[in-house]
Design a protein around this ligand. Structure first.
Ligand code: PBG
Length: 337
């Protein structure tokens, strides 16, 4: 052996990390995390009408779909093995009002979609959001009064909306509004209505993030939103507060926790998993999706590899699954492997 090798052996004490990395087969042997189709939840956007599939400029590759097209999409997702979809409606402007009252209509867009998808594709899970923002004329997640998002009245409204969504067939209610006490109120309302089997995925730590921009175009709230959501979403600077907030959701009966956005908040994913042991999901939000798409479209990154790497990083951070607009693309890639 050369002097050089003696030197490195003295430094490393013969521990060489590269032995396990030397070939594809060793790398596969020691691989700690893998991405599976079971990890994917696909968020989809709904529009009124039939036969409609329309692009969303800020989210290349993502479309708004009428209910009939959403049924087809759900079928395709189930065919690839995706366990669940999450639905977000873009309703007519004329139906949006100060209180978001269309959220309480049994035959509104989201409930109509749930019924149609349940009837045609019973094997896929349906996760519905009860925040009021798709239904309000001001784009806020709650009821706006004198410039303030009123907490308790909003909680009452979303608990009622949750029961109506469960009546339509929603399997998991996912409130993204960040009002205080909403998880307990939704649980109580669901149970009182006989929906003990309907789960709650708490948007436990939702941050006041700039990454939601393209989503607001997708559901048509971008131009409506007055002010910001900092009085109810979490400050991106606060990790300990986020853990505490999620703990309240656990105490109030959440079945699963969600971290949103995803990639900039991997530390929170890890902390929630360690602290509570509940299933933890990350929402890779619209802005995260769009950044990858835009850079890839410019040829600046390998979009497919970056997409897979971001999703795998959620697994490494302790997540049990990811809501991602890439879900269908990834499911197709995994099916080929
Ligand atoms: C609001 C809501 C948001 C998203 C889903 N529901 C954030 C917002 O508009 O403030 C964001 C999803 C995404 O960006 O992909 N209840």
């Amino acid at each position: 052996m050369t002097d050089r090798t003696h030197l490195v052996d003295r430094i490393t004490g013969h521990r060489r990390m590269r032995r396990n990395r030397k070939a594809d087969w060793t790398r596969r042997m020691v691989r700690e995390n893998t991405l599976s189709v079971d990890d994917l939840i696909w968020p989809i956007f709904l529009v009124p009408g039939t036969g409609i599939t329309e692009p969303i400029a800020a989210m290349p590759g993502v479309e708004r779909m009428s209910v009939d097209r959403a049924v087809e999409a759900a079928k395709a997702a189930a065919g690839l093995g995706i366990p669940a979809i999450a639905t977000f409606p873009n309703i007519e402007m004329a139906l949006r009002d100060e209180a978001g009252s269309n959220s309480l209509a049994a035959d509104n867009l989201i409930n109509t979609a749930t019924r149609a998808i349940k009837a045609a594709v019973p094997e896929i899970g349906i996760i519905t959001d009860v925040a009021l923002d798709p239904f309000t004329s001001h784009g806020h997640d709650g009821i706006l009064r004198d410039g303030e998002i009123v907490n308790d009245e909003t909680v009452e409204a979303i608990a009622r909306a949750a029961v109506i969504q469960a009546d339509a067939g929603a399997d998991i209610i996912a409130p993204s509004d960040m009002m205080d006490g909403r998880i307990g109120a939704i649980r109580a309302a669901l149970d009182a209505a006989g929906h003990q089997g309907v789960g709650i995925m708490a948007y436990a730590t939702k941050f006041a993030s700039a990454f939601y921009g393209p989503y607001r175009e997708a559901i048509g709230t971008g131009g409506l939103l007055k002010g910001d959501k900092k009085s109810y979403y979490i400050d991106p600077a606060n990790g300990t507060e986020a853990v505490r907030d999620a703990g309240l959701d656990v105490d109030e009966g959440a079945d699963m926790l969600m971290v949103k956005p995803g990639l900039p908040y991997l530390d929170i994913c890890w902390r929630l998993k360690e602290a509570y042991g509940l299933p933890v999901f990350a929402y890779q939000v619209s802005g995260e999706y769009t950044m990858v798409k835009a850079a890839a479209a410019n040829g600046w990154i390998d979009g497919e590899r970056v997409m897979l790497e971001t999703l795998l990083s959620f697994k490494r951070a302790g997540c049990d699954g990811i809501l991602s607009y890439f879900a269908m693309d990834v499911a197709k890639i995994l099916a080929r492997r």
